[in-house]
Design a protein around this ligand. Structure first.
Ligand code: 5GP
Ligand code: ZN
Length: 114
């Protein structure tokens, strides 16, 4: 999608610090990190949110899930642990309408889900 921020990151129209890439998925550092490691993992294809997933995304989403521990390993937080967060819709505070998984680590997390 032309006017989607994260699609523009996928196409390199907007620069980002890319830490993981394969044919279906991109991982890049969040511009305003909430932890020492804060990576966003996204499908390269545009999907606005979890609510917009269909049967056709089954393969991509399985692939994305399998990429998460690979990203964690690359960022040095696989063994220390990490949190994965996905916001969906207004009440969650989702700001960017391109599905993204936050991977947060490098410090102990609070058990506070806001
Ligand atoms: P959301 O609130 O939609 O779940 O998360 C959106 C995330 O995208 C936020 O953590 C925000 O800091 C990050 N973000 C917003 N704009 C940019 C950008 O231009 N580049 C990068 N790398 N991250 C961004
Ligand atoms: Zn998009």
């Amino acid at each position: 999608m032309d006017n989607c921020l994260f699609c523009r990151i996928v196409s390199r129209e907007i620069p980002s610090r890319i830490v993981y890439e394969d044919e279906l998925v991109l991982g890049f550092c969040d511009i305003a990190p909430k932890a020492p490691v804060h990576v966003l993992v996204i499908p390269k294809t545009h999907v606005a949110s979890l609510n917009d997933l269909g049967k056709e995304h089954e393969g991509i989403m399985a692939h994305l899930t399998l990429a998460i521990p690979q990203v964690a390993e690359k960022m040095g937080i696989k063994d220390s642990g990490y949190r994965v967060v996905v916001n969906c819709g207004k009440d969650s505070g989702q700001e960017v309408a391109h599905l993204h998984y936050h991977i947060l680590g490098g410090r102990a997390m609070e058990n506070n889900f806001g």
